[in-house]
Structure formats: C-alpha cells, structure tokens
Design a protein. Structure first.
Lengths: 498, 357
C-alpha cells in the first residue's frame, strides 16, 4: 500500500504537510533520521504512518505521561486499537498484561524512565523493534544532563533492544542542541530534515519597565485590552498567585494560577477550565503547557524571561496553533536578571557540595550505599540530587574506579554546564534588549535566515496592536444557581421539581 | 487570624509541649506510621489526620515560626511547641466562632473519601458528557486506578446510563439535604458536568466567601459525612455504596500491620514474627502498638503484665505527661520504651471511647 493511500485511509488527510513525506520515506528506508518541524505541524504522523508498513513494533519515548495518553487517545479515536502506553502510573496487572501481549501492538509509548526497567527492555529485546522514536528530543539536551538523566541512557537501551533505526523529533533545537542529541543518541549518519522554526502568525512585542511596579501596571494594561485566551509565564509560584490577584482586582475576572505546588485535582480542573474557555488567562510557571493542546491561544506573555531561547520558543509556540494572529509579549525589568541565574545554580551541585561529599564517603573503599546516603545528606535540590545519583551510578559501573579522577571530572563537568547555561541566559537577554528585528534574531539563533517578513512582525519593524485587542468586554463569570438546581442539571433531571 | 493558624494552634494545644513540630506535621500531613497513629489517639487529633496532605515541611515550619513570633506559642526546650496565654485565648475565640465540623474524621474516612471523590467526580463527568452524546471530553482525573475503576463500572448502554443518573441524583440529593446549604454547595460546585468544569478549592472558597482553610475543612467534613452515611446505610444508598464497596476491608490498619496481626494471632512471639517477616523487631513493636490502638480485643498482657500497666499509668498521671522519656526516667530500667508505649496506647483508647471533639 502506498503512503498516500494510508494517509487518506487511516489518518483522513488528502495530502502531506511540509516535510512529512520526505521524513517518512527516509524512515521507511531504514535510515536514522533527525527531524525538526515547527509545533503543530503533525510530527507524530512521521512515525505513526510507517508503523503500518514496518514489520515489528514502533517504540516511542515521550517525556510526559499526559502526552503519551493524549496520543494514544487520539489514535484510538481514529480507530487504531493496537497502541498503548507503558508507565509506572499504571496498575501492575495491566502492565503485565501488556507485556504478555506486546507483539499484538503496533506502537508503544514509554517514558525514558520505564524503558530502563529490565522487564520492559528485556521483553523488547526478544522481539522485533521496527523503529525507535524519541519525541521532543530536545529534552535530552535540555533536561537529560541534570534531572532526567535516564534520557542520557537512551542510546544504550536502543542497543539492548537490537538497535533499530532511530527517529529523533523536535520542534526547537539550536545547532548545538542538535549536535548534542545526535551524539547522545548515537545516531548513525542521520538524514537531517530541518524546517524553519518561524511562526509567521505570532508577532513579537517587548516592553522594558523602569520599576517592578511599572512592570505590573504594564502587564495589567495589556491583559485588560488583549483578546484571550492567553498564558502569562513567570518564574515563581508565588508570583503566579500575586499576578492572578492583581488581575482579578483589575477586572480580569476569569483568571487562575497554575503551578507545581498545587493539589493534583486543582491542577487538572484549572487545565480543563482553560481548555473549555471558562478561563481567559492562566498565570503559571513553566509547569504548564506541555501536553496542553489548545489551538486558539491568542497571547503568551512572559513576566519573567526563561533561561534559554529554545524554552522561550517552545512557550510562545503554544499560541496560534490554529494559524490565527497571536501575540508574544516580553516584559522586562533589570531585577529579573538574577532569577535564571539562581535557577541554574540550584539545578546542579556546587563545588563545595562535591568537596563535602568526598569527605563523607570512604574514598579508598567506595561503598555504594554510603555514597547514596551521603547524597541525601547534602540537602540538594531535587534536580541536583538526581544528577548526583546518576554520576555515582556511573562511577560504580566503571571497572577501574578512581575517586579523584571521577571527582575532578565531575567538578569540571558542572563548571562547563554552568558556563554553557550562563551563555544561553546571556543570549536570551541579548535578544530581549536588542534593537534588531526580533524575528530575524530569533531565527538567527537557529542558524536560519528570514525569507518572508509577515505584515505584523515585531515592535522593531513596526507593529499594530489592533488585531490583538479584544472587541468585547471581558465576560463576567456565569451565574450559578442554587445547589439543588445545579445538581439537577448535572444529572439531567431538568424536569424534576426541586 | 486565618483558619489555618487556628488549626495549628488547636494541634499544638492538644500536644501541649509533648511532641516536636515534626510530630504535629506528620499527623496533619497524614503520614501512615505507628507513631503518628498513636499520637492521633493520644492527643485526640485523629479527626485532623491528613488535613494538610501535600503540605511541605518547610512551609509548615514557617507557619509555626510565625505563631511563635506573634507570641501565640512558646517553644519548650526550643523544639516542643505549646500555647502561650494569648494563644489560648485566641484559640478559644476562634473555635467558638468557627468550630470544627462534627463529622470531620480524617483518620477513619480520609483515605476512603479521597478515593470516593475521585471516582465520583470522574463517573459523574462521564455520565453527564455521554448523556450529551459527547464522547471525546477531557477527563478531570488522571489517576490510573480511578480511570480503570470508572471504565469497569460505567454502564454500557444509554438506558442504564439514564437509570444510573436518576438513581445517583436521588441518593446524592438525600445526602446533601442533610447538610447545611453552604456545605452542599461546597460539594456540588466542585463537580464537573458538560458545559461547566468543576471549581477548584480556591474558586469555591471565593464564591462561598470562606477562608480557604475553613472551606477545605468543611469540604473534607462533608465528604466524611457522606462516606459515613453510605457505609452505615448501604441499603439506602445502593449506587453510592458501589463507590466504596471494595475499600471497606482496608479499615484503619496499615497493610503491614495487618500481616503482623495474623501472625501474632497464630501465637507467634514478637521475635519470630520479625524473623519471618524479615523486619526489625522494633518495626513489629510499632505494629503491636498500632494494634493496641485499633483492635479492641488485642491483648497486651503477654508483653507487659497488667499490674505493671497500672503502675505505668499511675506514674504518667502523677507526672502529668505522656512523654515516654520522662516516664521511662521515673522507672529506670524496670520497663523498656515499647512496654510504656504499648500501655499508654491501649489504655488511652479504652478511657476515651467517646467521640473526639
């Protein structure tokens, strides 16, 4: 069957979108492939379609359980039942059943962490794996080095399961990150498919505030006038709450905050309220966004800037997936500078921590348990702790162990990572303050040149805010009836007299 | 003063300098250890067990520091909080103005109500959407067990869905009418239906104009009330009972303690149980103390003779403390900590069978 026929019969599309055909053909030829396609351009078809033609199972590594569930859900709705997820949140008996019947499935979604388990990788090694897909592959480079260190072991696992061809997919990766991914996954002379990260329907605007109070005023003014729905990103949980209160006080009623410190139930409710348009504005940390598939987000505001330009692009890329005009607004005040700096130093252990560590453990007779315990007593951030565990594990895997060498390399590595991260912050900041076209310079970060300039490009090139303004008054919250009436509506008992 | 502070003061007043801040934290945070379970009984705080689930210790400590700074509590020996005179007055005022709801029973119904609520909200959402012929909605729960449960119990055809909807409506109506309107509203606003996602804790508190902590406690209490009524009157709530049926046997005891209990009942000695279960004897001791609290027929005389139990209780009364260290000091080497804990646990329960307030 031709790939065009499968596309229309299975996926209901008449033609391929940019890049899809070329990528699929390379995948079917058995090549390693690196593909960078902008968000919302149908990346998943690049492995879902080949699954129908290849012999064996397609293993997809995905960073978030919710992302995996979404994909499976969507495929099932299309009538494809031979897909499943496998992750630690599933009940034991369900997982065992999947393992027993694994050959029945065409596509398996896993997290990098579960893939490490012997039960799963063992089963996979005894069967034919047709393709190994790493979705959101930039996570390898972005998170792999510190807090999701299982990402760094994907190359190894891939060898263990018979080294099938690898497809690495991402929406945002600079040249450095691309090279990092290729190296870490051990891609073999990959076919590169790089498409522009430019999103012509997103316009750039920045405002530099003199004081933090002024910044808050600017924010409120924008949110009052802009057309929703929209997202405001900040770097701290507390600030999400402060901003939400300020907005509500200023007439933006349908606003809520979202951060990792909230109860799970409330997080889910807030997400769904946003998806179902019951909220106009979500004020959040970067915990919000991945896996939120809402096509009509009209603005993304950064109240604090992220620590690198890829994260920034990921975050603004959530706007305008429906192709309609959307706005990316950056608010800046010089006090913001220390925030990403503080974040990156907390993400890694310091030299002092490492020295402290080497005093606690017995250097001459290394004992794994004592090593692990000593990590805990360092009182590190969660990220830094994971980082230490990963490197201790690496140390004990080596046959000829030399603590001093290990330690020196570790300190060197940390210094190198911090330097790289500082460099990326510096780049981000340079972009914010630069007087050049925002679109051109963001494309420059990805070694791209701007081909066509959209009418509404950025505030440097000249930008009219009119298309982004709200024509109607912000709608008030719906009136809720008595609880008895509400209960009757919930259960469709509208005819019942209450 | 906000309600959270009032709750903290209540906890501190009950523990009265006999436990550290972290002792109180574990209890409010719902840590399932024999020590917290005992403390709950000992200090009559079981109803508040797990009321601050998910709270971080650092934040908790911060709150305690604030209370100290405001002069509402004193720190005995630097780490054991107890109320100051102004704290006592403040607490009394608060509890008169906003008393704890009587149905609150975190230890007994906390776990039940968490699972019950997850199942109910997802079930109700699914019912509402499918009756509107919308099968592609976004579920408001993501816990795999809950998803699995609803999948299993959800009626297959439209006729039985309509039936389930009307039955559930009636049962919930009866239950909710037994509450104050504000509490019924607290529950109903959080449910999700087609056309309206449920309200978050904060949104409900704003709408009902309650302090967030008070709103939270009232909601928990409403859930505990519902669970209690459903378990007591299965025949009156046949549909809602399905949401709880499979959880009933896991009553109160932790899983590991239940295993220990089975072995003890076979006549095995403490050390033998430890060896079989490959656990430390001190862990088995914790289990025995937990059993002494929760199982009325649990006989502790084989671990400490009755006459010795009486001695320990008397000394505890004379010294006016439940702190193990002080009681132990009074006896020197006569008894070990385990025997003292066991005695206090057993007798505390039999002397306080009345409902905690």
């Amino acid at each position: 069957m031709s790939i065009d026929l499968i596309l229309s019969e299975r996926f209901g599309f008449r033609s391929f979108r940019q890049g899809q055909r070329e990528i699929i053909e390379d995948v079917l030829d058995g090549n390693d492939v690196f593909a960078m396609l902008p968000t919302g351009s149908g990346k998943s078809i690049c492995y879902q379609l080949p699954a129908y033609l290849l012999e064996g199972i397609v293993v997809v590594v995905s960073p978030l359980i919710s992302l995996m569930e979404d994909q499976v859900e969507q495929l099932r709705r299309q009538g494809e039942k031979r897909v499943c997820t496998f992750h630690s949140g599933m009940p034991y008996h369900v997982r065992m059943k999947i393992l027993r019947d694994l050959t029945r499935y065409k596509i398996l979604y896993v997290s990098p962490e579960t893939l490490q388990t012997d039960t799963l990788s063992g089963t996979l090694s005894r069967m034919k794996v047709a393709l190994f897909v790493v979705d959101e592959a930039h996570c390898i480079s972005q998170w792999g080095h510190e807090f999701r260190t299982d990402y760094l072991k994907l190359g190894e696992v891939c060898n263990r399961i018979g080294r099938p061809p690898i497809l690495a997919l991402t929406a945002t990766a600079t040249v450095n990150v691309r090279n990092d991914i290729i190296k870490l996954l051990n891609l073999d002379r990959p076919e590169m498919h790089i498409y522009s990260v430019d999103r012509p329907n997103i316009a750039f605007q920045s405002e530099i505030a003199e004081t933090t109070n002024e910044k808050m005023d600017i924010l409120i003014r924008y949110v009052q006038t802009l057309k929703g729905p929209g997202i405001i990103y900040t770097s701290s949980r507390m600030v999400t709450e402060t901003i939400t209160e300020a907005l509500k006080r200023n007439g933006v009623e349908k606003t809520a905050y979202y951060h990792g410190g909230m109860e799970n139930d409330d997080r889910l409710l807030t997400q769904k309220q946003f998806i179902y348009d019951e909220l106009d504005v979500i004020c959040c940390t970067n915990a919000f966004g991945m896996g939120i598939n809402k096509p009509d987000i009209r603005f993304i505001i950064h109240y604090h800037f992220p620590s690198n330009i890829e994260s920034y692009l990921q975050e603004i890329g959530r706007a305008g997936r429906d192709g309609e005009e959307s706005l990316a607004l950056m608010l800046y005040h010089e006090d913001d500078d220390f925030i990403p700096e503080r974040l990156i130093t907390a993400e890694l252990p310091t030299k002092k921590d490492i020295n402290h560590f080497s005093v606690m453990v017995d250097v001459d007779k290394p004992d794994r348990t004592l090593f692990e315990q000593s990590i805990t007593s360092l009182n590190l951030s969660e990220t830094a702790e994971r980082f230490m565990h990963f490197h201790v594990e690496k140390f004990f895997r080596e046959e000829e162990r030399d603590f001093q060498t290990w330690k020196n390399q570790l300190v060197e590595f940390i210094e190198k990572r911090i330097k790289e991260k500082r460099e990326r912050i510096r780049y981000m900041k340079k972009w914010i303050l630069s007087e050049e076209c925002k679109r051109e310079s963001i494309l420059g970060a990805f070694s791209e040149k701007l081909v066509t300039r959209p009418l509404n490009c950025c505030h440097v090139c000249g930008l009219s805010l009119e298309p982004y303004k709200s024509s109607k008054e912000k709608s008030p919250r719906p009136v809720i009836k008595s609880w008895e009436e509400e209960l009757a509506i919930i259960f469709h008992q509208v005819n019942v007299d209450v | 003063m906000n309600y959270l502070d009032a709750i903290l003061l209540l906890g501190i007043s009950r523990m009265d300098g006999e436990r550290t801040t972290s002792g109180l934290f574990h209890l409010f945070n719902g840590k399932k250890s024999s020590q917290t379970v005992q403390d709950g009984r000992l200090f009559h705080l079981s109803h508040l067990f797990g009321i601050l689930k998910g709270y971080r210790f650092n934040d908790f400590q911060e709150k305690i520091n604030e209370l100290h700074h405001d002069g509402l509590i004193e720190l005995k020996d630097g780490t054991y909080p107890r109320l100051s005179e102004s704290g006592r007055i403040e607490l009394q005022e608060q509890m008169e103005r906003r008393p704890l709801p009587p149905s609150l029973d975190g230890w007994r119904y906390g776990d039940f109500s968490t699972v019950f609520w997850r199942r109910l909200t997802l079930f109700v959402q699914t019912l509402s959407y499918t009756l509107h012929e919308d099968h592609h909605f976004h579920p408001i729960q993501n816990n795999p067990d809950t998803l699995q449960w609803v999948k299993h119990f959800f009626p297959r055809d439209k006729q039985s869905r309509i039936m389930a909807s009307s039955l559930l409506f009636n049962e919930l109506m009866i239950l909710l009418q037994k509450m104050e309107d504000i509490d019924a509203e607290n529950v109903v606003l959080r449910l999700t239906r087609s056309g309206r996602i449920g309200q978050t804790a904060l949104q409900v508190a704003e709408r009902l104009q309650l302090d967030p902590m008070e709103c939270h406690i009232r909601f928990q209490s409403a859930l505990h009330f519902m669970v209690e009524k459903i378990l007591d009157g299965q025949k009156s709530y046949p549909v809602l009972y399905i949401f709880l049926k499979d959880m009933k046997q896991s009553y109160a005891l932790t899983g590991s303690t239940r295993k220990t209990y089975q072995l003890i009942n076979k006549g095995l000695q403490l050390e033998e149980v430890a060896a079989i279960r490959k656990l430390k004897p001190s862990t088995i001791e914790d289990h025995l103390v937990e059993l002494a609290i929760h199982v009325p027929e649990m006989d502790i005389d084989r671990y400490i003779p009755e006459s010795d139990q009486i001695r320990i209780l008397e000394v505890s009364k004379i010294l006016g403390t439940k702190r193990l260290k002080e009681i132990k000091k009074a006896f020197g080497e006569d008894y070990d900590y385990f025997q003292i804990r066991l005695t206090l646990a057993k007798h505390e329960v039999s002397h306080h069978m009345e409902k905690e307030g």
